[in-house]
Design a protein around this ligand. Structure first.
Ligand code: ADP
Ligand code: MG
Length: 485
């Protein structure tokens, strides 16, 4: 029997605001425990939450970028449960009036040659909880509470159960990450927990329209883990059905060491959250103008950018993909292009030379020592025939350490192309007299020897001779190519 896999993802993204969603305390990652906290984060009686407008704005930006409709009358609700990392006894979240409704994420399925669209159910705003730190030392049998993370703003993006493979889930997540990074609302770092994903998985016979029991998998802290956990879970469920075993709806944890999903709690044991409107926070009423003002500030999104690079700049799909993979790379490329006026050459330099170094050194392109303007100038010097491509590499190496402009390096080192006919003639004559066997070859019809003679001239001139002049002069001096013998 053919099986269809059903996947729906719930993604939490931390919004990169300076302060928390309902308090003034900072949101710095990796600080010493309980240093980024205020009385509100501790949930002390009598303290009151005040909404951080920046969090609200970033949630609206995310919704607009993902094609959601923005709810103009929205409110906060209390989600009640007891856990030591949640001192108030409830999490402030949104229940029936999420800030964004609908929306979609689309990505290209290479093997099928088609674009897949996954619809979003909703995006809501909520606060993060604190973190428990368990002692690894058996002689200290304690757990500690760190509330630094408590109150960090989150958006939860809930998809419809429309993904059909772990590969689709992976592409959904990477596309979502790319969009949220482009609009700079989240750092989207899965390892640091600023992007967290829960995967809901079920299977059914292909052709069936009814959903069967789903399993929710938590603790997925890398893109790879998401893929592996879904694949593992699909196999587990197949096995259950094959053996006529039923299982309840439950939450499982991904064990990245054992490479398997393990049960955490069944839905029957799950909490009844008793949602109700938070009386400490007034509802939020947004105007259309406010939403449209935000929409107008959104940057060009990765997919639109990629299409424009292919259509308007004539770049190959692969180049467009690499250059738009991060907004900072695209920005670097666009400034380079502004000065070089040559899209393909700029693309080659950025994706090969610059990203080569950036990836090797594991830095961000914003930390790369040469400004894009300088790379653009360098390329334009090659296009104008001022320097050869080979010399350009030497100038580039020099730019990496001195940060000087390419023009001043070329001048200081005397690297510009030699167009002095007399000087080139001298070198050409020298090459001819030093390579009698090549000249013999030419007379015997071996046209390949021309290349080796050009090479000899270029070497002697240290790459500075104008290649076209060299070629013309050599042909003149060698005379007609002899008949093949
Ligand atoms: P809950 O509040 O219990 O987490 P939701 O209605 O919010 O439930 O759904 C959570 C996620 O589960 C959504 O992303 C949804 O697409 C997904 N989902 C729902 N039913 C199924 C199913 N049968 N198989 C896989 N995923 C599902
Ligand atoms: Mg849920």
């Amino acid at each position: 029997m053919e099986i269809e896999v059903i996947i729906g993802l719930e993604v939490h993204a931390q919004l990169n605001t300076k302060t928390k969603i309902f308090a003034e305390s900072p949101t710095v990652f990796g600080a010493s425990p309980n240093t980024q906290v205020s009385t509100v984060c501790y949930g002390l009686p009598g303290t009151l939450p005040v909404l951080n407008e920046s969090a609200l704005k970033k949630a609206v930006e995310a919704g607009l970028a993902l094609g959601s409709s923005i709810t103009l009358f929205t409110k906060f609700d209390r989600k009640n449960y007891f856990y030591p990392d949640l001192p108030k006894g409830y999490q402030i979240s949104q229940y029936d009036k999420p800030i964004c409704v609908g929306g979609k994420i689309s990505f290209f399925l290479k093997d099928k040659g088609e674009t897949k669209v996954v619809n979003l159910t909703r995006i809501h705003l909520e606060e993060d909880a604190g973190k428990l730190m368990h002692s690894a030392d058996p002689s200290i049998p304690f757990s500690y509470v760190d509330l630094n993370r408590a109150g960090t703003p989150l958006i939860e993006i809930v998809s419809e159960p429309e993904m059909r493979s772990s590969e689709e889930a992976y592409l959904y997540l990477t596309t979502l990450k790319s969009i949220l990074s482009y609009i700079r609302v989240s750092d989207c770092n899965m390892e640091e927990g600023s992007l967290r994903c829960d995967a809901n998985v079920s299977i059914r016979p292909k052709g069936s329209t009814e959903f069967r029991t789903r399993i929710e998998i938590k603790n997925l802290n890398s893109f790879k883990a998401v893929k592996q956990a879904i694949d593992y879970e699909v196999e587990w469920q197949k096995d259950q059905y094959a053996r006529n075993l039923t299982f309840p709806q439950m939450t499982k944890l991904w064990d990245a060491n054992a490479l398997k999903t393990v049960p955490m709690r069944t839905k029957e044991m799950a909490h009844d959250y008793r949602y109700f409107p938070d009386p400490d926070l007034p509802p939020i009423v947004l105007t259309r103008e406010y939403v449209e003002e935000i929409r107008a500030t959104l940057p060009e999104l990765p997919q639109a950018k990629k299409e424009r690079y292919e259509k308007d700049l004539g770049l190959p799909t692969y180049d467009a993909e690499v250059l738009t993979s991060e907004r900072e790379i695209a920005e670097y490329f666009e400034i380079t292009l502004q000065y070089s006026k040559d899209a393909k050459k700029s693309s080659n330099w950025v994706k090969d030379e610059i990203l080569g170094i950036v990836n090797k050194e594991n830095i961000s392109i914003t930390e790369f020592p040469i400004e894009p303007k300088r790379i653009g100038e360098l390329i334009s010097l090659i296009s104008k025939g001022e320097i050869s491509g080979k010399i350009a590499k030497t100038v580039f190496e020099e730019m990496l350490t001195t940060k000087d402009s390419p023009q001043s390096i070329i001048q200081a080192k005397g690297l510009s192309v030699v167009r002095d006919d007399k000087e080139i003639e001298r070198i050409v004559d020298k090459a001819i007299s030093e390579n009698p066997e090549a000249v013999e070859g030419w007379k015997k019809g071996r046209d390949r020897v021309l290349g080796s003679l050009v090479g000899a001239v270029m070497k002697e001139s240290k790459g500075k001779a104008d290649p076209k002049l060299v070629n013309d002069l050599l042909l003149k001096k060698l005379g007609p190519l002899g008949p093949k013998s």
